[in-house]
Every structure is written in structure tokens, then in C-alpha cells.
Design a protein. Sequence first.
Length: 91
Amino acid sequence: MKNISAKLSWFMVALFLLFLPSTVWAKQEPLDWKTHGLIALVIAITVSVVIVMRNKALDSKTAKIMVFGIYFWVFIFLQAVLYGLYYGLIR
């Protein structure tokens, strides 16, 4: 019974590898500009919200919205500069 189980497991592995798409083994393409932009957007929003929520000096909703906007654009431009430096040095 043990021998049949071992053969069955090898058969299942071979069957899995047979139906595994060849694209799995292909070289992964780098992320496109839309994905980089979405990642930068999520990072900027998350960091800005965390900074605004932790700042106890901001008491009104208007002040929180204004400070969020400032931090958001600062982090967007900072990430754009860092990505530009990375792209310029690597490529």
C-alpha cells in the first residue's frame, strides 16, 4: 500500500507540472507606470492620514483637511524625486 501511495504522489506531481502554465517560469516584467503611481498614491495617503491622526494640535476638521493635503503632496513629490533618482541611476 505504501508503494502505491508513493507512485500516486509522483503521478500527481507530474500531472501538476504538466498542466502548469509555462508563463510561471518566464521572466517577470517590471511594473508599469500605472502600478508605480498606484503604489505611490497608497503610500502617500496612508502616511498622510497617520500623521494627521497623530497630531493632537489639529482641532478642527478644516485644519486636518488642509494639513492632509500638504502632507499628501509632499510625499507624492518626494516619491517622484526618489523614483526619478532610482530610475536614472539604475537604467
